[in-house]
Design a protein around this ligand. Structure first.
Ligand code: SF4
Ligand code: SF4
Length: 210
């Protein structure tokens, strides 16, 4: 619970910046983790990790069979190529990035985020488990078909690089559409995912119309 001086400081700052709300390091980490749980990211991670793709490899905070011993804002905010792509297709990437851009003190595999700070953005926690389950099933099939070591890792890195290029090419329409095409090609083997995505988009469009 925030202490009294923090409450007083919050109240005066809220008056100055009415769109800013007090939050805590712990709360944003929990929001991020809950969000990823609802998106069903662990389905994708499971396949990725069993194909030697874990993004925690070599981290001194990783404890064998226990997991991460130092959850931080930086690792929670970070999205690999697969998760980046997933949120991009769901039109949620911008919201995610806007939220984390407001969280100060993110460092590589650690943070110096203050215990309490102010933010204007929030994250609405979605539920897309069926989409990530479809994505994970496609990924598993790909791993079975391409037994070469590093295939899943290379695919993830390629998606990651192109997702980054997509963001950087916003002001260059020609390059932007070339990158969009490349991403589409890279993601073309994800058949189950695309089927589930089409269904989801149809349902969303119908709901918005009604
Ligand atoms: S790289 Fe991505 S899919 Fe793989 S374990 Fe890390 S977050 Fe999960
Ligand atoms: S600090 Fe980050 S990289 Fe290290 S184990 Fe935790 S989540 Fe993984």
């Amino acid at each position: 619970m925030p202490d009294e001086p923090f409450k007083q400081l919050s109240q005066s700052l809220i008056k100055l910046h009415s769109n800013m709300k007090p939050t805590s390091r712990e709360a944003v980490i929990e929001t991020g983790l809950q969000y990823l749980r609802n998106v069903g990211s662990e389905n994708i991670c499971k396949v990725c990790i069993s194909n030697s793709g874990s993004c925690c490899i070599g981290c001194r905070h990783l404890s064998d069979r226990v997991g991460c011993q130092r959850r931080n804002t930086s690792c929670t905010a970070w999205l690999c190529g697969f998760l980046n792509y997933l949120l991009y297709e769901l039109n949620l990437l911008e919201e995610w990035n806007d939220f984390w851009n407001e969280v100060p003190g993110q460092k590589f595999r650690r943070d110096v985020t203050p215990e309490y700070f102010f933010m204007s953005k929030s994250l609405s926690v979605p539920n897309f488990r069926h989409l990530s389950e479809a994505f994970a099933a496609d990924l598993e099939e790909l791993a079975r078909k391409h037994i070469a070591i590093g295939f899943i890792l290379t695919l993830r890195e390629k998606l990651d690089k192109n997702m980054e290029r997509l963001e950087l090419s916003r002001n260059n329409p020609t390059y932007h559409s070339i990158i969009k095409r490349t991403i589409k090609e890279l993601a073309s083997p994800f058949h189950r995912f695309h089927e589930a995505l089409d269904e989801y988009r149809l349902c969303t469009a119908k709901r918005d119309k009604d």
